[in-house]
Ligand binder design. Structure first.
Ligand code: SF4
Length: 308
C-alpha cells in the first residue's frame, strides 16, 4: 500500500528544548507492548530508572508524570533522556509518532502533521506552496480499492482545487457551501463562544480567549481578515485530517462545517489580537485533540446543517 503525506511533511522536525508547549508535559503517555518489553529487559542504570518510572495497570504501562505533570524523562533543559541515553529508536510508539497522525484507507495510508504541535502550526500556517499529496513510502500490505473511498478522494480533490483556486478564503467557503448545498448554522460569534465554553477545557488561556470574544463589542464571524492564505492552509488541513472518516460515519456535512467553523473561530480570535500560530495550536489542542469536544461539535454541526 502506498503511503501519502502533504508536501510540507518533510519540513518537520521536533524543536525539542526550544518548544514552548512541549508535548512531553501534561499528557499521559502509554507505552506499547513491544517497547515495554525492551525497557523491561534493559538492565543498565538508566534502564532501572526507566522501569522505576513506569506504572503498570491491567490495560497498559505508562510513564509516571511528575507533580508538575512533566514526563519523568524530560530533563531540566527540556530534552528527552530516553533519546539521550538510548537513541531515538528506543522511543515508544506514541512518542516516535507524535505529532504525526495516520488515516487508513483500503488502498492507502495518509499521514499528516497534527496542528497541536507549535512547530507544525508554524509550518502549516506559513506554507506558500500549493497543497499536494506526495507518495513517501510503501507498505507490504496489499491494498483493496473501495468505490466509496475512490468517490470520496475525487470529491476531496475538487474541494482542494476550489480552496486553492478561489481568490479569497471567503469566496472559497461560499463556493463549497453552494456546491454541497449546506449552510452555516445561523449563530452569532457570541453564540459560538458560548458553545465552545460549554465544551471541556484544558487550559485557562483558552477560556480567557473565548471570554474575550464575549466581551468585545461588534465582532462578526465572517468578516474578511488579513490571513487569507493562512486560513486556506488551515481549512485544507482540517479537511485532509477529518473529512475522510465521513465515508464511514456518513457525517460529511458536519465534518466539512467543522473545518469551516474552526477557521472562522481562529480568524475571529486573530481579529481580537491573538497571534494566528498560537490560536491554531491552542484550538487544535483543546478541540481537535479532545475526542469528546471534536465529536460534540461534528454532531452539533450535522444536526444544524440544514439543507437549504
Ligand atoms: S510539541 Fe512538537 S516541537 Fe514541541 S516537543 Fe512536541 S513534537 Fe517537539
Amino acid at each position: 500500500m502506498k503511503v501519502f503525506a502533504p508536501n510540507y511533511y518533510k519540513k518537520f522536525s521536533c524543536i525539542a528544548d526550544k518548544c514552548k508547549h512541549s508535548c512531553c508535559i501534561g499528557w499521559e503517555i502509554d507505552i506499547d507492548d513491544e517497547t515495554f518489553e525492551q525497557y523491561k529487559n534493559n538492565n543498565t542504570e538508566f534502564g532501572r530508572k526507566l522501569n522505576d518510572n513506569i506504572i503498570i495497570n491491567d490495560d497498559c504501562a505508562y510513564f509516571k508524570l511528575t507533580d508538575n505533570e512533566r514526563c519523568p524523562f524530560l530533563n531540566k533543559n527540556n530534552l528527552c533522556e530516553i533519546i539521550l541515553n538510548l537513541g531515538e529508536e528506543s522511543l515508544c510508539q506514541i512518542c516516535s509518532d507524535h505529532p504525526r497522525f495516520k488515516n487508513f484507507y483500503g488502498d492507502r495510508v495518509e499521514i499528516g502533521l497534527g496542528l497541536t504541535c507549535e512547530e507544525v502550526a508554524r509550518i502549516i500556517i506559513n506554507e506558500n506552496a500549493k497543497f499536494e499529496l506526495i507518495e513517501i513510502d510503501e507498505t507490504k500490505e496489499i491494498g483493496v480499492v473501495y468505490d466509496d473511498e475512490t468517490e470520496f478522494f475525487n470529491i476531496r480533490n475538487e474541494i482542494f482545487k476550489i480552496i486553492e483556486c478561489e481568490d479569497s478564503f471567503e469566496s472559497a467557503i461560499e463556493k463549497l457551501l453552494d456546491k454541497f448545498n449546506i449552510k452555516i448554522p445561523e449563530k452569532s460569534v457570541y453564540d459560538w463562544a458560548d458553545i465552545y465554553l460549554k465544551l471541556e477545557r484544558l487550559d485557562n488561556i483558552w477560556s480567557e480567549m473565548l471570554e474575550k470574544i464575549k466581551s468585545t463589542d461588534d465582532i462578526h464571524f465572517k468578516l474578511p481578515c488579513t490571513y487569507e492564505k493562512e486560513l486556506k492552509n488551515l481549512l485544507i488541513y482540517f479537511i485532509y485530517r477529518h473529512l475522510g472518516e465521513s465515508v464511514y460515519d456518513g457525517n460529511f456535512n458536519g465534518r466539512l462545517l467543522f473545518a469551516i467553523i474552526s477557521c472562522y473561530m481562529i480568524s475571529t480570535l486573530c481579529r481580537i489580537g491573538y497571534n494566528i500560530e498560537d490560536v491554531a495550536r491552542m484550538y487544535s489542542s483543546e478541540i481537535e485533540y479532545s475526542d469528546e469536544n471534536f465529536n460534540a461539535l461534528i454532531e452539533l454541526l450535522q444536526n444544524e446543517s440544514l439543507e437549504i
